[in-house]
Design a protein. Structure first.
Length: 276
């Protein structure tokens, strides 16, 4: 509750400055969910974000954001429910932009560029022509430093992300040839294990997209189709457990969507999600 009061006070105070902008956005939803064949149960929740931004007289811009919520919201991509909280996170991210360079400050709140399960304190990012760059580090000796460089020009795009903890790195590249896109990725994790992935996708003119991806001997294929307000997707692989999933979404308009899905673990959901 104290966090909510502090956030409300900050919004009230910021609203008094003519140069400051305050905005709110969020997602939410309700429905039924059952994991691994369990009986269906009702879920409901909301995730809210408040953003404050402004500019100094010399052109420097600054912004901060506060996230809060309650209940549980549906993560369609991961087939799980995410628990929301009423602003229990002590780390509020503050971004400062100077001459096109963004400096992000948040104690243990800036995602590591190689592994977003790890967080640093300081992030620096920007762009130079077709190149983008980012650096994330922390103030403690144990905090890793990660670096990411991206390139995009025409049909070619690629990126490199690396961390000084365990010499972890990821290199990816993609090339688009009309409706066909081919991609490749090589990853070395913090234990030294290497993983290579290649893929190809074909976006057909009738709203259907077919994708095939191979990684360490496992082939995954997916088909997605969209027509008007309806979108459906099916994904399956030939791994030992032969996982698969199927989803359907119907756009209700006004930021609301009805979602339906099931997978090989008999995890099933049906519900309405909304955004504003």
């Amino acid at each position: 509750m104290k966090k909510v009061l502090l956030a409300t006070s900050a919004l009230t105070l910021s609203a008094g400055f003519a140069s400051a902008d305050v905005s709110m956005s969020g997602t939410g939803g309700a429905g039924v969910f059952g994991a691994n064949g369990a009986d269906l149960s009702v879920y409901s929740g909301v995730d809210l974000g408040f953003s404050l931004s402004g500019a100094s007289d010399n052109g420097m811009t600054f912004s901060a954001s506060v996230d809060m919520g309650g209940g549980q919201t549906l993560d369609v991509g991961d087939f799980e429910l995410d628990t929301q909280d009423m602003g229990t996170d002590d780390n509020v991210a503050v971004d400062i932009v100077v001459s096109g360079v963004t400096i992000s400050l948040s104690q243990d709140g800036v995602d590591d560029l190689y592994d977003d399960d790890i967080a640093g304190d300081i992030g620096i990012s920007g762009a130079m022509g077709d190149l983008t760059y980012s650096v994330v580090t922390g103030l403690e000796d144990a905090d890793p430093t990660s670096i990411s460089i991206g390139y995009s020009a025409g049909a070619i795009s690629g990126s490199v992300a690396t961390s000084d903890e365990g010499d972890a790195s990821t290199v990816s590249v993609s090339y688009a040839m009309g409706d066909i896109t081919v991609s490749a990725e090589s990853d070395t994790d913090r234990t030294g294990a290497d993983t290579s992935t290649v893929g190809v996708s074909y976006a057909m003119s009738d709203g259907m997209t077919i994708s095939v991806e191979e990684s360490e001997g496992v082939v995954e294929a997916s088909i997605a189709y969209s027509s008007g307000a309806i979108s459906v997707g099916v994904t399956a692989d030939d791994a030992t457990d032969e996982s698969w999933e199927a989803t359907m979404a119907y756009d209700l308009g006004g930021g609301a969507t009805f979602n339906l899905g099931t997978n090989q673990d008999e995890t099933t959901f049906a519900g309405v999600g909304f955004s504003f």
